[in-house]
Design a protein around this ligand. Structure first.
Ligand code: GUN
Length: 291
């Protein structure tokens, strides 16, 4: 069994970007600038956003963090987005999800300038991605593609089973892996909460992407020998033996599944760091698009 080390791979990618930023500096070109908006103070979301900002600093990007209170109105948030759309120094920005219930997520995502939409969530980018045109790819699926590519995992003609149909991970993952591209050409089955006899489907999979958000859902009896496992889940499970009171669990029961898998992503240190690396890649691209 080989661990797909997202932590190391993301460090490699960050190093590659840092070299590019240095070279841009030397040539007098613009330094990439990423902004992030966070509404409210959800613990997990704050951890993710802080990690994105910290990564910007590590590789020489400029970054701006806009923290808004939980009670922010939709209008106020749209106003902030408008300002970032108009700000010539900002190359790309993200609005961290989920948003408080008084705010319509779709309306917010539609307000982001598609040229600055480094999360790849705007319908223009989703449409371009679906048609295999140049677009900002959503960071988590892009990170998974990059991990499969860098570990030379064959996808062409393979049976891929994606569990979960979210707009952020499952659905785009199923689209990308079925496309005619370097990491692609797979026969993809997109499964979800209404799928009947899921285990009979996952047992046929050469690659499983688990992105349903239920801790340790995929167990060893649900997969075949030699499978490649991509675990997108990251759930806080109460654990009194830990100082912080919880542990992080993936959607995969690592102990039983890793006994059968040839490749598997750990949680943490698998898909998570790759997501950040691809957000930075998209931001560099957004900046280069303006050269
Ligand atoms: N919430 C969970 N994943 C993501 C992501 O990739 N981008 C944003 N903006 N919010 C998220």
């Amino acid at each position: 069994m080989i661990l797909l080390d997202g932590k190391k791979t993301s460090l490699d990618i960050k190093q590659e970007i840092a070299v590019e930023v240095k070279s841009r500096k030397e040539k007098g070109l613009k330094i990439p600038h990423l902004a992030a908006i966070i509404v409210g103070s959800d613990g997990a979301s704050m951890t993710y956003v802080n990690s994105k900002v910290k990564s910007c600093q590590q590789i020489g990007f400029n970054s701006t963090l806009i923290e808004l209170p939980e009670e922010t109105t939709e209008e106020q948030l749209l106003h902030e987005i408008d300002a970032l759309n108009k700000d010539k120094d900002i190359d790309g920005f993200i609005v961290q999800l989920p948003l408080p219930k008084q705010i319509d997520e779709q309306k917010v995502l539609m307000a982001v300038d598609p040229d600055k939409d480094v999360d790849g969530f705007h319908p223009v980018n989703v449409g371009k991605m679906t048609l295999d045109l140049p677009a900002f790819l959503p960071a988590t699926p892009a990170g998974i593609m990059e991990l499969l590519e860098r570990y030379d995992i064959e996808t062409s003609g393979k049976n891929v089973v994606v569990i979960g149909r979210s707009h952020i991970v499952g659905r785009p993952m199923s689209i990308l892996l079925s496309q005619k591209r370097k990491v692609g050409n797979a026969t993809v089955t997109l499964t979800h909460s209404r799928t009947k006899d899921l285990a009979s489907i996952t047992r046929e999979a050469d690659i499983v992407v688990a992105a349903l958000g239920m801790a340790e859902f995929l167990t060893g009896d649900m997969v075949k020998e030699g499978v490649t496992i991509i675990d997108v889940g990251i759930t806080r499970v109460p654990d009194a033996t830990k100082k912080r009171g919880y542990r992080l669990a993936g959607d995969v029961h690592f102990e039983s599944v890793s006994e059968k898998a040839s490749y598997i992503t750990p949680v943490p240190g698998g898909v998570g760091p790759m997501t950040i690396a691809m957000l930075l890649t998209n931001t560099l691209q957004a900046c280069q698009n303006k050269d």
